[in-house]
Design a protein around this ligand. Structure first.
Ligand code: UFG
Length: 338
C-alpha cells in the first residue's frame, strides 16, 4: 500500500518512513531539502534495505506535485510532515510561515482531490493547546496557539476539519505531538539542526560533544518540583510508531472521518531531570547555568495519552534513558561523519 510522506527526510518524517517500511508499507517521499539532507535517504535504505522513491520538490509547487501523483498511482494516504517549525523565526517572519505552512496543505488537498486520494494524517503539535493550569491535557482542552508557528498548526487543523466536514469520504487524523527527542537505535537517523539549536535535547547534545560550552536552563523559579520547566518528552521512534497505528486505523476503517490524538507519554520531566538522566546514562558531564526565563515558555505541559491508547492501540514504550542514550549516540556518530 502506497503512502506519500511530505517532509519525509526530516527528523520525524524519516523515522516514520522506517517504521512504515518495516510494517510493509510502500513509501514515497517528497522533500525540498530546506531543512534536511539527501543522505537521510541512504540511511533509510541502510536500516530497512529499501530506498524509497524520492522527489526533491516544494509541496507548494502544484505542477510538480501533480507529477508525483501521476507517476505514483493508487496512493492510499498522505502524511504531511513538511513545514517550517522554528518558533522564534515564525515571530520574526510570520508571512513566510503562514505562506508555506498553509499553502502546502491547500495544494496537497487540491491535488489529492484531483486524484481521488482520501486519507490524510497531519503533523500537528501540542502547541495548539491554550495555556492550562490543569494537567494532563486531553484532546478536548481549549485551543489557542501563542505564536505564528503554532497558529499555522491550529489553522491547518481547522482547514482539515472543515474540509472533512464538506467531504464525508475524506478521512483525516490530526496527531498532536508533545516533545519528540531521541534517535534511531542504528545511530543513522536523528536530529541535527543547523546552527545553534533552539530546543533542549539538540542543545544538550552539542554541549556533550564539545561544540557548545554549557546549557542555559531557562528559568528555575517555575511552579514545578525543581523550578525548571516540565514537558512530555516522547521518543521519536515511538512517535513514528504512532503514525503507523494511525495509518492502520485508516486502512481498516474506510469511512473513518475525523480523529484527533495526542502523541505523548503522559509523563512530565523537568529540564533538570533531562540533564541529570543524560549525564548518568552517557557518563558525561553537561554543564549548565540557570538563566532568565525564555519569553513564551510555560511552566508545565504533559499529555493524556489515553485516547491514542484506547482508539489507536498506541502506547509509548521507550523511556527517558533510551531517549538520552540514542540522542547522544546519534550526535557522536554524526559528528564523526561530518
Ligand atoms: N530549555 C532550556 N534551555 C534550552 C532550551 C530549552 O532550558 O537551551 C527548556 C525550555 O525552557 C523548556 C524545555 O527546555 O522548559 C523544553 O524546551 P524546547 O525548546 O525543547 O521545547 P518546547 O516545549 O519549548 O517546544 C516544543 C517544540 C515546539 C512545539 C512544542 C509543543 O519546539 O515546536 O514543543 O509543546 F510546538
Amino acid at each position: 500500500m502506497k503512502i506519500l510522506l511530505t517532509g519525509g527526510l526530516g527528523y520525524i518524517g524519516s523515522h516514520t518512513a522506517v517504521e512504515l517500511i518495516n510494517s510493509g508499507y510502500d513509501v514515497v517521499i517528497v522533500d525540498d531539502l530546506s531543512n534536511s539532507k539527501i543522505e537521510v535517504l541512504d540511511a533509510i535504505n541502510e536500516i530497512t534495505g529499501v530506498k524509497p522513491k524520492f522527489y526533491q520538490i516544494d509541496v507548494c509547487d502544484k505542477q510538480e506535485l501533480v507529477k508525483v501523483f501521476e507517476e505514483n498511482s493508487n496512493i492510499f494516504a498522505v502524511i504531511h510532515f513538511a513545514g517550517f517549525k522554528a518558533v522564534g523565526e515564525s515571530v520574526k517572519q510570520p508571512l513566510k510561515y503562514y505562506r508555506n505552512n498553509m499553502d502546502s496543505t491547500f495544494t496537497l488537498l487540491e491535488v489529492m482531490e484531483k486524484f481521488n486520494v482520501n486519507n490524510f494524517i497531519f503533523s500537528s503539535s501540542a502547541t495548539v493547546y491554550a495555556v492550562s493550569e490543569v494537567m494532563p491535557i486531553d484532546e478536548s482542552f481549549p485551543l489557542g496557539a501563542s505564536n505564528p508557528y503554532g497558529r499555522t498548526k491550529l489553522f491547518n487543523e481547522n482547514v482539515l476539519i472543515d474540509y472533512q466536514k464538506a467531504n464525508p469520504d475524506f478521512n483525516v487524523i490530526l496527531l498532536r505531538y508533545f516533545n519528540p527527542i531521541g534517535a534511531h537505535e542504528s545511530g543513522l537517523l536523528g536530529e541535527d539542526p543547523n546552527g545553534i539549536p533552539n530546543n533542549l535535547m539538540p542543545y544538550i547534545c552539542k554541549v556533550a560533544v564539545g561544540e557548545l560550552d554549557h546549557l542555559n536552563i531557562f528559568g528555575n523559579d517555575y511552579k514545578t518540583k525543581d523550578g525548571t520547566g516540565v514537558r512530555d518528552y516522547i521518543h521519536v521512534v515511538d512517535l513514528a510508531v504512532g503514525h503507523v497505528k494511525a495509518l492502520d486505523k485508516l486502512v481498516n476503517n474506510k469511512n473513518y472521518g475525523l480523529g484527533i490524538f495526542n502523541l505523548g507519554t503522559g509523563i512530565g520531566y523537568s529540564v533538570l531531570d533531562i540533564v541529570n538522566t543524560f549525564n548518568k546514562v552517557n557518563s558525561n558531564l553537561v554543564k549548565y547555568e540557570f538563566a532568565e526565563r525564555r519569553p513564551g515558555d510555560i511552566d508545565k505541559m504533559y499529555a493524556s495519552p489515553k485516547k491514542a491508547e484506547e482508539e489507536l492501540g498506541f502506547k509509548a514504550t521507550r523511556n527517558l534513558e533510551d531517549m538520552c542514550k540514542s540522542s547522544y549516540e546519534y550526535q557522536k556518530n554524526h559528528k564523526e561523519k561530518k
